[in-house]
Structures are given as structure tokens and as C-alpha cells.
Design a protein around this ligand. Sequence first.
Ligand code: FAD
Length: 442
Amino acid sequence: MRVAVVGGGMSGLAAAHELVAGGAEAVVLEGSDRLGGKLKLGSVGDVTLDLGAESMLARRPEALDLVHEVGLDERVVNPRTITASIWTHGALRAMPPTVMGIPADVDALAASGIAEVDPHVLPVPDDDVSVASFVTERLGRDVFDRLVEPLLGGVYAGHTDALSLRATTPQIAALGPDLLAGATTARAAANATGPVFAGLVGGVGQLPAAVAATPGIDVRLDATVRAITRTSEGWRLSVGPTTDVEHLDVDAVVVAAPAPAAARLIAEDAPDAAFALAAIEYASMAIVTYVFDEPPAFDGSGFLVPPVDHTFIKAATVSSNKWGWVADTGRTVIRASVGRAGEATLLQHDDGDIAARALADLRTAFGRLPEPLDHVVQRWGGGLPQYDVGHLDRVAVVERSIAAVPGLEVCGAAYNGVGIPAVIASGRAAARRILDAGTIGA
Ligand SMILES: Cc1cc2nc3c(=O)[nH]c(=O)nc-3n(C[C@H](O)[C@H](O)[C@H](O)COP(=O)(O)OP(=O)(O)OC[C@H]3O[C@@H](n4cnc5c(N)ncnc54)[C@H](O)[C@@H]3O)c2cc1C
């Protein structure tokens, strides 16, 4: 069986890996000139590191399993520190223990000076609601604005006024009617398990190439898929520039492209899924990475900023504090992120402006910073899908609609989780369904 995978991001590569492990041939068609999608290595001055995603949740197995399967085990590393701060009320304040921003230690919260809590014990509704309304009703707007919102802004680049409780923070819903008590118990249980995050020495951006090197995976770059058409024997893909379209005939297709592209490609064969996918919004952002030759006067992993504080940047990571291998370069590396859902105007500045404004924020937050040796502005247009209220219903529609079309699957960040382990799981599951259905052109 020959299967085309549309999109060479982590979900598509994971699908291809699973397909060849199951005995199929996989052709990965990537529209751009490089693999990896939101995983990307780049050089800033004399340091090579991640310019996109940089860490993997270690409490889910999928990413570390794949790392193991492609032989990168020896590079797995945990952060040296994950002690983050919140930049609010004019200072960097150590973040108290929380479960996705829900305070797990009310005294530590009071000592931090970050937010005031106004607790109410209320039942958890069966229906989906926004994270904003759920948290505000139970703990007050201040906790939502200054703890939950910045944390979720880091993961989804979203404004939680619209984000779905069920799709983005089921762990908050699971805390029960008394959120504070639930968070205290959940946090104590979580502390007993291992490290939360892992990375790779040299950057997680090495993972795409390692997966693509799996024998049996055929990668084609600059191969934008323009159309997918059902034939009597399988599928025909139209690939490449509109002036020079090539055709590829395969037995099955996994569409691992972001929702807008996926919606266009499947519109004819799975119109309900296409309609649901077209409704998913994306947030754009930029990551500005600076390299300095002096150590920072700050020893945590970085900070988050509540949107209510109206700064230019929404977060900063001191990569050389967080990752030992970055520190070993002898440089101080700080990456600032800019842009949440609905803040596209921030990104309408040119790169020089974005870098200067982000650096000005870093200087205000950290007190003092020398001139950087170098910096890189990496834009991520359409970087992260927004799981708005009702997202899981939308995904259910997509799944039903796709299930009715033999030999067609979708996977990626638009469905059941945006993190690296989640998209790997999504890719693998899509491949498994194709293999199990045995949609062989035989
Ligand atoms: C700035 C940033 C930082 C992040 N940090 C982290 C992190 O630290 N940890 C974490 O777990 N997650 C992080 N994420 C999220 C995570 O990296 C992504 O959700 C995930 O990598 C997406 O994988 P994907 O395969 O679904 O999509 P993508 O990575 O978007 O890949 C899709 C690919 O499809 C290609 N494509 C699109 N249309 C076509 C077409 N018609 N034909 C052919 N190819 C096409 C694209 O060029 C792209 O390469 C981050 C995301 C961003 C934007």
C-alpha cells in the first residue's frame, strides 16, 4: 500500500513513521522547502537552537517514544529550571504553585502579590463553557486575568474569553466544584511524578529530520498539494506549482496540514469536515531570540505577562537558564514571544521594530540588559489553532465525516491537542486507521 501524507510537520512525519512500521510506503509531500512545520532550528549569532517549539511534555509518552524509536535517546534532557515568574504590578513575581493557573497554595499566592482570590464552590457544568467564565465565577477575575490567562496564552496564544474549558483545560474541569481544594490535591499528586518537560540537546528541531530518515519514508519538499481527487482505485493528488502540476496516484491519503489547507483539500469528499475545519481560527505570533555575552541577573526559566498589563511581549524564556546545553555555549540566550489571538496588529511592524520593542520590554522586566550580539525574529503566521467553546463537537463532526470516506484521514494540531506529543499521537492514530482498514490498492 502506498500512502501520501500531506504536510511534513510533526503530525505528518509521525503518521509516515507509523505507516512504514506497518509495512506501507509513505510519501510525505511538504509544501515548503523544509520539514518540521512549527519545529525549526536556526542560528542566532554563533548559537544554533530552536526558533519554534522547544520542549515536549514528558508526562505523555508519545514524543519520547518517537525520540527513542529514531535513536535520539541520548539527547533527551530535562530543563534545569522551570521556575517561572509572572511580570505584573510592575515586578517579576515568582509564580506560586498552580494547576494550569488555578492556585494550589493560597498563602503562596498571597505572598506573591500576583492576584487576589475570591473563591466560590460551584458545580461543574456538563456543557462546554469558556475557561474565562468558568474560572471567573469560581475564583474571581483577578486569578483568571493574572494566572490562568497568561499560562494559556503561552500554550494556545489565545484569549481565554473564547477558549473552550473542555478542549483546552480538562484538568481544570476535573478539579471539581472546589477548585482550590482540587488544585492542592492534584498538585501534590503531580509533584510525586517525574519531570514535566523534556527537550533534546541541540534542540527538538532535530526530531523531524531524524524521523524522516526512517527507511521507507519518501520526502518531497516544495511539493504543495493543490487537490486530492478520488479515483476508481484510490486517490490522485495534484502537486506542485500551478504552472507545472504533477499527479501522484496512491491508495490512501493522510492530510496533516493545518485546518485552512486541510479544509480546502477535503471539501469535495468530506464537506461536513471541511466546513467544521474552516471555522477554526488560528493565532499568529513571533519569537524573537537574542544572544548576549553577559550572564543575566535572573535565575528562573522566564516569565509570562497577563494581557491586562498591555505589554508588547507576552512571555520570555531565558533559554540559557532553562537548558544546560544552551548555557554550555557560553552565551546568554533569551527568547521573547509576541502576539496572541486577535493581536495581529502587533505583528504588522517590521522585524527591526518588533525586535526593538521586545528588547525594551525585556529591559524593563529584567532591569538591565546589554546590547545583544545578535537576534532573529521568527514569525509564525497561523501558528496555533484556537480551540474555542464547542471545539470538541467540531472535532466529532470532522471525525464522523472523515470516517465515511475510505482511505482518507486527517491529523495534526487542529484536533485533539496542539503540543508535540498530541500531534504525534494524532498522526500515528490516523496512520493506524489506514493500516487497519487495509485500504490497499490491491
Ligand atoms: C511558536 C510556537 C512555539 C511552540 N512551542 C511548543 C513547545 O515548546 N512544545 C510543544 O509541545 N508545542 C509547541 N508548539 C505547538 C506545536 O509545535 C505545533 O502545534 C505542532 O508542531 C504542529 O504540528 P502539525 O504537524 O500539526 O502542523 P505543522 O507543524 O503546522 O505542519 C504542517 C505542515 O504542512 C505543510 N503544508 C500546509 N499545507 C500544505 C499543502 N497544501 N501541501 C503540502 N504541505 C502543506 C506546512 O508547510 C507544514 O510544514 C508551538 C507552536 C508554535 C507556533
